[in-house]
Design a protein around this ligand. Structure first.
Ligand code: AMP
Ligand code: MG
Length: 403
């Protein structure tokens, strides 16, 4: 059994980021990974402008209080001032409007009194107050976003502001998914005695989609070596990553490991010191491909995805941030039992209280077959190898499932 950290390291060593790129737009770029540095052609702001509704003035005119200035024009946002300010003059100005030449400061409306063609400044501003200066936030030509960054809402707004309407992103990893087992039926099919619903394929597909990768559904494969081999070969040929569930334990009908070898895969993980999910089998194939043989038990399969597949997908996708899941320290809300020579990953909810994070395990059994109480959880608490239990009030590490 490989320790969890070592398994993660080996998995990340076994693959390189994908290099293929495609063009994304401001509409399609959400969640994509930038393939090049982005440089804007415009200063932001593009020109000196007002941060408040009020009056553009020359700071040198504020010798005494209250001073009275002549209002020479009104400048709404989007209009070019027609005159420059001379001594003793002001311009009515609105938020976002261009500052007229000669002006260097804006007095907020609330600190003024308009009287005919004059404005009285009731409270003197500081020099440059309420002026957003050209290039204050960004100067044209400097890098604004880096290759390897995942694009979120703020990034897309920034790209739009730079008029960068199309940009190269890395292609998304293609992930083939299938379930193995004679007992499995699709959710639409009626079950005969002894059969179960193939829930894994749906959980795994959703997981893959949530990672911004492309899921390729190859269905259910019975425990028949010939059919299994054919599907495994098709999956490996057509995807960057393969996720199969079931058939990796020591049972008589567990063929995946043997077939991986037959197909020329290099198996570098056969079991990991984690509960649930110990029988994880990982192989690499030529062409920068990874095969994850995940255990069939539904919780084991998803925990394996969150803990081991997710970092691999991040690396493949060209992401340059941290690959490992995010762990936080939390207070234990209820006694948690360890798993002897394995790290126990216990599912539950992490909530924020006045004192910080508190972890509460899901009610009901923590069996890897108990898929039901995995629903609506958001975190996995870790009881490390060799720790018999963690008691309420103790601190513990918790892995977030949202990232
Ligand atoms: P296996 O790893 O093939 O021995 O399967 C372990 C357990 O997980 C068995 O009880 C299976 O019935 C169950 N199982 C396997 N595949 C799935 C699946 N796709 N969906 C739900 N349960 C499964
Ligand atoms: Mg099976």
């Amino acid at each position: 059994m490989l320790p969890v950290d070592q398994a993660q390291t080996l998995i990340l060593q076994a693959i390189a980021p994908l290099t293929g790129t495609e063009t994304a737009t401001l509409e399609t770029g959400l969640g994509r990974i930038l393939a090049t540095e982005v440089t804007g052609k415009l200063d932001i702001p593009h020109w000196d402008n007002a941060a408040m509704d009020g009056y553009a003035i020359r700071f040198v005119d504020l010798k005494e209080t209250p001073v009275e200035l002549e209002v020479i024009e009104t400048i709404p946002a989007g209009q070019v001032p027609s005159q420059s300010l001379q001594g003793g003059q002001a311009a009515r100005i609105f938020t976002g409007a261009m500052l007229p030449e000669g002006a260097d400061t804006v007095v907020m409306q609330e600190h003024t009194k308009h009287q005919g063609t004059l404005v009285k400044i009731l409270q003197n501003p500081t020099y440059r107050q309420f002026v957003r200066q050209r290039g204050d936030y960004y100067q044209a030509g400097k890098p604004i976003l880096q290759a390897g960054q995942r694009l979120g809402p703020a990034d897309l707004a920034v790209l739009a502001a730079c008029q960068c309407v199309e940009f190269p992103v890395y292609r998304r990893p293609v992930v083939a998914i299938f379930s193995t087992g004679d007992e499995l039926r699709s959710p639409e099919e009626s079950l005969r005695m002894g059969q179960i619903v193939d829930s894994n394929r749906y959980g795994l597909t959703a997981f893959v989609q949530s990672q911004g990768a492309i899921a390729k559904n190859l269905g259910i494969v019975p425990d028949d070596p010939a059919q299994l081999k054919a599907t495994m070969a098709e999956a490996i040929a057509s995807a960057d990553v393969v996720l199969s569930t079931g058939g990796v334990s020591v049972g008589d009908f567990d063929y995946v490991e043997k077939l991986l070898e037959t197909l020329g895969g290099e198996i570098f993980i056969r079991s990991v010191a984690i509960r649930p999910g110990k029988p994880l089998t990982v192989a690499k194939f030529p062409g920068n491909k990874l095969y994850f043989g995940l255990p069939g038990n539904p919780v084991s399969a998803l925990v394996g995805c969150w803990r081991f597949v997710q970092p691999a997908l991040k690396k493949l996708a060209g992401y340059t941030g941290a690959y490992a899941p995010t762990f936080v320290w939390a207070t234990c809300g209820q006694t948690l039992k360890g798993a002897g020579s394995r790290d126990a990953y216990l599912w539950g909810t992490l909530r924020t209280e006045a004192t910080g994070y508190v972890f509460q395990p899901a009610g009901g059994g923590h069996s890897s077959a108990n898929l039901v109480n995995l629903a609506q959880t958001n975190a996995l608490a870790i009881v490390p190898t060799g720790t018999p239990e963690i008691t309420p009030g103790d601190r513990l590490q918790v892995m977030l499932l949202s990232t």
